[in-house]
Design a protein around this ligand. Structure first.
Ligand code: GLV
Length: 328
C-alpha cells in the first residue's frame, strides 16, 4: 500500500522529517522559502496531511483547492491561522500543540516582564552605544516586580503558569480576567483573584496578555484600555498580534501614558509598527516565547504524533475539531 502524502510547510528538525518519512511520503520546505497562498495550494494539492506552523493560513479557499487533505497539524498552541469551522465543514481535522510549551512560554512571559519593568534592553543599548560615563541615582530606574500587583488577561495554562511564578516566586498579588472564572481550587493554587477587565487595568502594576486571538479578542487593549492603566504600569503581550492595537500602544508609550511595554507578537508580524521601533520604552522580541530547543522539539513531535495518530491509527492526540472524527 502506498504511503499517505504529507507536506511540511516550513523548515524543521531533520529528525522530525525522518520520523515522518517512516510513515509518509514527505515533501518538505527545508529551504524555508516563503510561499504565497497560490504556492501553498500548489504544494498541498494531492497531500493527505500538512505539518503547519502558525504562519500558514488554512481557509475555505485552500480547502476547496485541496480535496484530498485530511489533517493539518499545527506546531503551535495558537491556531488562528486555521479556519476551524471551514475545516470541520470539509471534514479536515485540525490539531494544535498544547501543554508541551506551557512552562517554557510562562518562563518567557516572566522574562519579558522583568526585562520591561527593569529596563534591561534599553540600558544595554545605552551601554553598547558607549554612553555610560558615570553612575547616577536615577539611571534606568524602573519598577519593582516583587510585591507588585500582576494582572493577567487570559488565564489558560500559560496564564496560570505566569500567575504561579508571580505569586509563589515573587510575592506578587495576582489578579486575573478571563472569559470564565477558574474553579476555586485552581484559583487557590495560582493564588489569583478574579476581577473585571476594567478593575484589572486600573489596579495592576504589570499587565500580561495571554488570550487566544479570535475576532472577539481583536484589540482587547486599545486606546481606551491603555487610558485606564496606571502611568507607571507595564504591559506585556505574549499572546498574538492583534490583541493589542499597536498604533495606540506606540502613542501611549511615546506620551508616557504607560511606563513601558514588552512585546513578543505584533499586528502584521514580522512587520513591526514603525512607531514602536522609535520609542525607547519597549522591549521587542520576534515571537520566540516557546523557543527553547527541547520545547520546539516537543512541539514538532506532538505535530508528528497527531499526523501519525490520525492518518495511521485514526487516533490523533490533540484534535481541535473532534466532530471530524465522529463523522468518519
Ligand atoms: C506560539 O505562538 C504558539 O501559538 O505556539
Amino acid at each position: 500500500m502506498s504511503k499517505p502524502k504529507i507536506l511540511v510547510a516550513r523548515s524543521i528538525f531533520p529528525e522530525t522529517i525522518a520520523r515522518l518519512e517512516e510513515h509518509f511520503e514527505v515533501e518538505s520546505n527545508q529551504g524555508d522559502q516563503s510561499w504565497s497562498k497560490t504556492q501553498l495550494i500548489d504544494k498541498l494539492k494531492g497531500k493527505q496531511g500538512a505539518f503547519t506552523t502558525g504562519s500558514e493560513r488554512i481557509d475555505a479557499e485552500v480547502l476547496a483547492a485541496c480535496p484530498e487533505l485530511k489533517i493539518c497539524a499545527n506546531m503551535a498552541v495558537g491556531y488562528n491561522n486555521f479556519d476551524v469551522d471551514a475545516m470541520t465543514a470539509c471534514g479536515v481535522l485540525a490539531t494544535n500543540a498544547p501543554d508541551v510549551l506551557t512552562e517554557t512560554t510562562a518562563d518567557f512571559g516572566f522574562a519579558l516582564l522583568m526585562a520591561t519593568a527593569r529596563r534591561i534592553t534599553e540600558s544595554e543599548h545605552f551601554l553598547r552605544a558607549g554612553k555610560w560615563e558615570k553612575w547616577s541615582y536615577d539611571m534606568f530606574a524602573g519598577s519593582d516586580i516583587h510585591g507588585a500587583t500582576l494582572g493577567i488577561v487570559g488565564m489558560g495554562r500559560i496564564g496560570q503558569g505566569i500567575a504561579r511564578r508571580g505569586a509563589l516566586g515573587f510575592g506578587m498579588k495576582v489578579i486575573y480576567h478571563n472569559r470564565s472564572r477558574l474553579d476555586a481550587k485552581l484559583e487557590a493554587e495560582c493564588k489569583a483573584s478574579y476581577v473585571s477587565k476594567e478593575e484589572l487595568l486600573k489596579t495592576a502594576d504589570h499587565v500580561v496578555l495571554v488570550v487566544p486571538y479570535t475576532p472577539a479578542s481583536h484589540h482587547t487593549i486599545g486606546a481606551a484600555e491603555l487610558a485606564l492603566m496606571k502611568p507607571t504600569a507595564t504591559l506585556v503581550n505574549i499572546a498574538r498580534g492583534g490583541i493589542v492595537d499597536d498604533a495606540a500602544l506606540a502613542a501611549a508609550l511615546r506620551d508616557k501614558r504607560i511606563a513601558a511595554a514588552g512585546l513578543d507578537v505584533f499586528e502584521g508580524e514580522p512587520k513591526v509598527h514603525p512607531e514602536l521601533l522609535q520609542v525607547p520604552n519597549v522591549v521587542l522580541t520576534p515571537h520566540i516565547a516557546s523557543a527553547t530547543v527541547p520545547t520546539r522539539r516537543a512541539m514538532a513531535d506532538l505535530a508528528v504524533d497527531n499526523l501519525i495518530g490520525f492518518l495511521v491509527h485514526n487516533t490523533p492526540v490533540t484534535p481541535l475539531n473532534p466532530a471530524v472524527l465522529a463523522s468518519k
